[in-house]
Design a protein around this ligand. Structure first.
Ligand SMILES: *[C@@H]1O[C@H](CO)[C@@H](O)[C@H](O)[C@H]1NC(C)=O
Ligand SMILES: *[C@@H]1O[C@H](CO)[C@@H](O)[C@H](O)[C@H]1NC(C)=O
Ligand SMILES: *[C@@H]1O[C@H](CO)[C@@H](O)[C@H](O)[C@H]1NC(C)=O
Ligand SMILES: *[C@@H]1O[C@H](CO)[C@@H](O)[C@H](O)[C@H]1NC(C)=O
Ligand SMILES: *[C@@H]1O[C@H](CO)[C@@H](O)[C@H](O)[C@H]1NC(C)=O
Ligand SMILES: *[C@@H]1O[C@H](CO)[C@@H](O)[C@H](O)[C@H]1NC(C)=O
Ligand SMILES: [Cu+2]
Length: 603
């Protein structure tokens, strides 16, 4: 195996962050909507959104509305009940038993949360696991003035103990497609994950909305055991056992079945593709069809057409697909980078099937198609957001204070060698029952070094960060509480291990940065032995994680937290609201034989 392979699996730690601050004033009474995935909403917003005009939403709100400035008044409250349970040798959607599954409402993927733009979402999470805590992070949800609902245990809350429950409440200020997942160590690799669909305007007309389409790597082992096996060097991530499309796929022995995406001939369909992987990043392509991207993460973009798309863990693409080919079945392929740098799978050619109405329900596609160009593990930065943002170039100075370097070390831990990922020389290692917000509640600003706290105190300023990768392994970097502007990065190389680290050099690299409406999203790739410059505006007080979204890496420490406008946090969120759950967790954990053995954070 190549060294690059070995390193790719090193765990990142993830931190979750949730925010909440704006008082909610729902205009209609709560309704209990027991929505199975893709079920129609009981109550829809009145809308001018039609197949010929998707840009329209409702009076005063359309595709050009800046949703960081305004969004529709509180509509319906969407109530969900999530009960997380534990299952041994659970037979998943590919027909193979998984040693340990942890499922929401007994299903994988978990229930789809569906709401209209502006609605209030309220999810009651009950932990019915045997011994694990849990916390649920709502990936990409801005959580404006709502840090306490970000679901990052050890940062914004204590874990929910077995037998406990917690209500998460937040507004659907953004619209589009996303997902949620446990942030308790590598628990989401056991199945604690589901999708979010928030209906709103779109940058292109389409006829049919096919809903969410999560694609994920899948492991037959138990997440805890895999994570334990990564403690000693090289600590490299294992290949996934399979790749599931909306929870389904064939298995290596020929069992299981392909997921079929149904298209209506002659119609234009919207599909919300979400990478809910633990480790694997991949490229998708459709035999004989193009995809038109209309939104990336929660950011609507000028529509553009592509024959293949690379999705890092956590990234989403809303695409339209025209059913303009002969009625039949076509492969929907997932392809891994030949470099192995973006993860590997024991399932070499994962695929779903695009099936036209009128085509055989059982026949397999016959055209193999052409493999897409190798992604080199690099996401596109040519997306053009419809609502523009410009960062002031004069405000950007690269200095040691905004430099974050990512490196790997091996250190002694409890008498054995252990792999750590460090940012600026420190691996993240939080204490579950002392979240950052608890420190603030006590008025204690003396955070342990291992909390990796970076203060951004000024209000409504642009905050610039230069991230440098001192190793060849690329990392999908995710920020909570914000979309960041991707100002620039070094190009991905076919073999990033062949060069020494390329650091950001202001004299030669500044001219390569794009300050005027660059790609804006919440997750992007940090190139191997390369650099990345991102910027966000300090408009959302809170403790927000910035971490690698490879669950194994976040568990191994690859995370920091931005403590944004700490003086404003207490007036935007009720810090004492986290106390009851923390009390319950402390009581539980003191008596539990199952202790934290990693950063405590994973996506
Ligand atoms: C989480 O649960 C798994 C499976 O029950 C167990 O093996 C592991 O020790 C638990 N970890 C923690 C930290 O509770
Ligand atoms: C999902 O993200 C992971 C990690 O970045 C990546 O290895 C995988 O290829 C992605 N999957 C898709 C379908 O893009
Ligand atoms: C798509 O997937 C199918 C089924 O695994 C495979 O036979 C075909 O070669 C793949 N095509 C491409 C372009 O990867
Ligand atoms: C990165 O880590 C390696 C191994 O621990 C170490 O030798 C090297 O000096 C580190 N690089 C920097 C720039 O700190
Ligand atoms: C603040 O937290 C630090 C780190 O846990 C601790 O050492 C210190 O005693 C605390 N200070 C106060 C005033 O509680
Ligand atoms: C995290 O920090 C605690 C407290 O200092 C320490 O006991 C533990 O070993 C650390 N965990 C790791 C994985 O280094
Ligand atoms: Cu990583």
């Amino acid at each position: 195996m190549r060294a690059t392979h070995l390193l790719q699996g090193l765990g990142c730690l993830l931190l979750l962050g949730v925010g909440k601050a704006v008082p909610f004033s729902p205009s209609s009474p709560d309704q209990d909507l027991d929505l199975s995935p893709r079920a129609e909403l009981v109550t829809r917003a009145p809308t001018c959104n039609t197949p010929t005009n998707r840009a329209c939403w409702t009076t005063g709100f359309n595709i050009n509305t800046d949703y960081e400035a305004s969004f529709p008044a509180a509509g319906v409250v969407r109530n969900y009940n999530f009960v997380i349970t534990e299952h041994d040798n659970w037979v998943g959607g590919d027909g193979v038993p998984k040693k340990k599954a942890m499922l929401i409402n007994g299903q994988f993927p978990g229930p789809t949360i569906r709401a209209d733009w502006g609605d209030t979402i309220r999810v009651t999470v009950t932990n019915s696991l045997r011994v694990n805590g849990t916390s649920i992070h709502w990936h990409g949800v801005r959580m404006f003035n709502n840090n306490v609902n970000d679901g990052a245990n050890g940062i914004t809350e204590c874990p929910i103990p077995p037998g406990g429950s917690k209500v998460y409440t937040f507004r659907a200020e953004q619209y589009g497609s996303s997902w949620y997942h446990s942030h308790f160590s590598s628990q989401y690799a056991n199945g604690v994950v589901g999708t979010i669909q928030i209906d709103g305007p779109a940058s292109l007309p389409y006829d049919e909305d096919l809903g969410v389409f999560p694609i994920t790597d899948w492991y037959y082992g138990a997440a805890d055991e895999i994570q334990h096996s990564l403690i000693p060097p090289p600590g490299a991530a294992p290949p996934s056992d399979n790749v599931l499309f909306n929870g389904k796929h064939v298995n290596a022995d020929g069992g299981g079945s392909y997921y079929r995406v149904k298209l209506k001939p002659g119609k234009r369909h919207r599909l919300r593709i979400i990478n809910t992987s633990v480790d694997n990043t991949f490229t998708i392509s459709l035999v004989n069809h193009q995809m038109t991207v209309i939104e990336s993460d929660f950011v609507p973009v000028n529509a553009f057409t592509a024959s293949s798309l690379f999705l890092a863990v956590g990234q989403r693409y809303d695409v339209t697909i025209d059913a303009n080919q002969a009625v039949g079945n076509y492969w929907f392929n997932v392809t891994f980078s030949a470099s192995g740098l973006c993860g590997v799978s024991n399932m070499p050619f994962p695929a779903a099937i695009i099936q036209y109405e009128g085509a055989s329900n059982t026949a397999l596609p016959t055209i193999r198609g052409t493999p897409p160009p190798d992604s080199r593990c690099e996401d596109t930065t040519s997306l053009v957001p419809i609502v523009t943002r410009t960062a002031p170039s004069a405000s950007f100075t690269a200095s040691p204070s905004n430099n974050l370097d990512v490196n790997l070390t091996v250190q002694n831990w409890q008498g054995q060698q252990r792999v750590y990922w460090k940012v600026k020389g420190q691996d993240m290692n939080i204490t579950w029952d002392e979240p950052t917000l608890e420190y603030l509640a006590k008025g204690n600003m003396s955070f342990p070094q291992r909390y990796n706290v970076f203060q951004v105190p000024q209000s409504n300023q642009w905050s610039f960060w230069v991230v440098e990768n001192l190793l060849g392994v690329p990392h999908p970097m995710h920020l909570h509480g914000h979309d960041f502007l991707i100002l620039g990065r070094s190009p991905a190389l076919a073999d990033p291990f062949s060069v020494s680290p390329r650091r950001y050099n202001d004299a030669t690299d500044r001219s390569k940065l794009k300050f005027t409406n660059p790609t804006r999203r919440d997750t992007t790739m940090l190139p191997g032995n390369g650099w990345l410059v991102v910027a966000f505006r300090t408009d959302n007080p809170g403790a927000w994680l910035f971490h690698c979204h490879i669950a194994w890496h976040v568990s191994q420490g690859l995370s920091i937290q931005f403590l944004e406008r700490v003086q404003d946090i207490p007036r935007t969120v009720p810090l004492n609201s986290i106390r009851p759950n923390c009390d319950a967790w402390e009581t539980y954990y003191a008596a539990s034989p199952f202790k934290q053995f990693d950063s405590g954070l994973r996506i």
